[in-house]
Design a protein around this ligand. Sequence first.
Ligand SMILES: [Zn+2]
Length: 159
Amino acid sequence: MGMGVGAYRIFLTYGKMSTVNVSGKMGIRHIRTVLGRGCRLRCPRCGEKAIFTGLFSMHPRCPVCALAFEPEQGYFVGAIYINYAATTLIAIAGFLLLDYYTAVSLSAQLVLWGLFAVVFPVWFFRYSRSLWLSVDYLCTAAHRSPPPQRSRSRREASE
Ligand SMILES: [Zn+2]
């Protein structure tokens, strides 16, 4: 019995992975959908629910499809890199653009971009986490367990 279930699971996993490959689910459209959900702070798998409950607090997993939003401790270190990279790139580009096109003084620029470097990462915090989550989801979706509510939705559909 145990072996039978195991084989069934392998069959399911294989079927899922081959479906992903054959139907081209990992195509540009799929990537755009998942990243779009990331930009809207939504669950990367189902897109149904917001991943944040407040300004900085997150659901542990998606209330709809049960995708774990923080699978392990330290998972969001990658989000810090995204946040840092975005802040630095925008500040440098902004500095160069203002320097080239306007007569803003160096000290005014330092104050401006200094403030930016404090305020922007706080505002961008949620987006950096959400984007990290969707990029990670794109890379690992094939290895994740399927949503457990499938049987429930099937039952709901037949009711
Ligand atoms: Zn979900």
